[in-house]
Design a protein around this ligand. Structure first.
Ligand code: S3P
Length: 170
């Protein structure tokens, strides 16, 4: 069976890896729609992700994230940018696997992620360098489970798109 039979690409990786930057470029190149999971969640809740975390806590966010994931995967073809924590949840990984879509990890070094995230205020899980590094270490084993790994630390977004297209033999 061709495991890429479904035209779904899931971009995953830590906060700041470039999922929401590379995603639209990749989608444009393929002529597919782009879906940003956090944006879908924010639209559904009428709140930013930061507000959802502040008002209702992370477990609530993970519940709606799971539901939103099931919803967005109904769109095909699509390039879907996951949140940084989506692929760390076992039930999400199981679901993503069951879709038959392709998973791509945007692999970016910790230092570069921190540099990018320090510049933006909207990430509830970016508190300090120490907890950021701890969370990154916790998540790495899950990100490594992605089918494809693309170095995303120093390449321009357009070059990352080219690498993905090459990897997937489009
Ligand atoms: C999270 C990352 C965020 C967002 C939420 C939780 C995480 O997405 O989903 O703040 O658990 O790492 P980005 O990776 O797009 O910042």
């Amino acid at each position: 069976m061709n495991r890429h039979r479904r035209k779904l690409i899931f971009l995953l990786g830590f906060m700041g890896a470039g999922k929401s930057t590379v995603g639209p470029l990749l989608a444009k190149e393929l002529g597919w729609p782009f879906v940003d999971l956090d944006t879908v969640i924010e639209a559904g809740q009428g709140m930013t992700v930061r507000e959802i975390f502040e008002n209702s806590g992370e477990p609530f966010f993970r519940g709606i994230e799971r539901a939103a994931l099931a919803e967005v995967a109904k769109t095909e073809p699509a390039v879907i940018a996951l949140g940084g924590g989506t692929f760390a949840q076992e039930s999400n990984r199981d679901f993503i696997r069951s879709t038959g879509g392709t998973t791509i990890w945007l692999d970016c070094p910790l230092e570069e992620l921190r540099r990018r995230c320090e510049a933006v205020e909207n990430r509830p899980l970016f508190r300090d360098a120490e907890s950021f590094a701890r969370l990154f270490a916790e998540r790495l084993p899950y990100y490594r489970l992605a089918e494809h790994h693309v170095p995303a630390g120093s390449l321009a977004p357009e070059e990352i798109v080219r690498q993905i297209i090459r990897l997937m033999n489009f």
